[in-house]
Design a protein around this ligand. Structure first.
Ligand code: ATR
Length: 287
């Protein structure tokens, strides 16, 4: 299956070579990526080695180059290195360019880094394929204007929603994002207290508030029983944002586990030209 990124850049691998990929970040011990990618490899019918790499900020570039020198074929990049990866790639796909962040690195034979960002396309796949939501002509509210919000804007705008509103505690950051994406669609910015009482079709929590069990200061009137609420964060229990949405009787809500799985599948497709079936992985992570 072709990837959402169009170009697939992967090398022919001699049968005797160990197929090596890894995820680099700090912290990294919690990462579910090895479990997900090993399951993808099982589906593809190949044996690959997918490891976790812990790095200090000052060692990031050296670690990536050493991994390539040792035969590594590609890397997933997670917090806090997505921006450093973006800054050090020789080539970028358009989602990485728009996000100003890279979560997937492939190497060419000279060791140049090719950077892609599959986070937004992973979210889109979860929303439209797994959750069967229609986005065209829908009103979308994004809470937060940090790196996560930036990463999902271009793929969402390409679905031609009626409008995307970005609400953030720091209004200037939301305004800057809206300005930067204005050529890609109908996008506007506001502060939480400026949110109108019109309910949105889809509300996406792209703040980091869930990580500290917090809820952004949002009024109840932004959702109705027709709204869907999606938290980019994921957890074994419903996040605070999902609890808020359920209490208000929304049509549905989800955490970001599907986005995690789908972004991994997109990375795998870029590296290997094989798009895994993700349904089995949901069962693996949420039995
Ligand atoms: P990430 O890469 O996860 O997006 P980030 O770039 O640090 O991380 O951005 C975090 C986002 O969550 C920001 O939009 C932040 O709001 P501010 O820009 O006003 O700081 C938002 N955020 C974090 N904690 C929040 C909270 N308790 N309530 C509302 N917004 C919060």
């Amino acid at each position: 299956m072709p990837t959402a990124h169009g170009t697939i850049w992967h090398r022919k691998i001699p049968k005797t070579t160990v197929i090596k990929y890894a995820v680099i970040g700090n912290p990294i011990q919690h990462s579910k990526s090895p479990q997900i990618h090993n399951a993808f490899a099982h589906q593809e019918g190949v044996a690959l080695e997918y490891t976790r790499m812990l790095s200090e900020p000052e060692d990031f570039i050296a670690h990536v180059n050493a991994f390539h020198a040792s035969g590594g074929l590609g890397l997933n990049v997670t917090v806090p290195f997505k921006i450093a990866a973006y800054q050090n790639c020789s080539l970028l796909d358009d989602y990485a360019q728009a996000a100003q962040a890279v979560n997937t690195i492939s190497f060419n034979s000279d060791g140049d880094w090719f950077g892609a960002n599959t986070d937004g396309i992973g979210l889109l796949q979860d929303l439209t394929h797994n959750l069967r939501l229609e986005l065209q002509q829908q009103s979308i509210l994004i809470l937060g204007a940090g790196g996560s919000a930036r990463g999902i804007l271009l793929p969402l705008l390409r679905q031609h929603p009626q409008q995307i509103t970005i609400a953030n505690r720091t209004l200037a950051k939301a305004e800057l994002l809206a300005e930067q994406f204005a050529t890609s669609g109908n996008v506007r910015a506001c502060a939480y207290e400026q949110l109108d009482s019109m309910p949105y079709d889809l509300v996406i929590n792209a703040t980091s508030a869930s990580l500290s069990q917090d809820l952004p200061p949002i009024p109840d009137c932004i959702v109705s029983t027709h709204s869907f609420c999606y938290d980019l964060a994921y957890s074994d229990q419903a996040t605070v944002f999902m609890q808020w949405a359920s209490r208000l009787g929304v049509a549905g809500c989800s955490d970001g586990i599907g986005m995690l799985i789908e972004q991994a599948a997109e990375s795998y497709a870029i590296w290997r030209g094989y798009r895994p079936d993700t349904e089995q992985i949901f069962k693996l992570l949420r039995p």
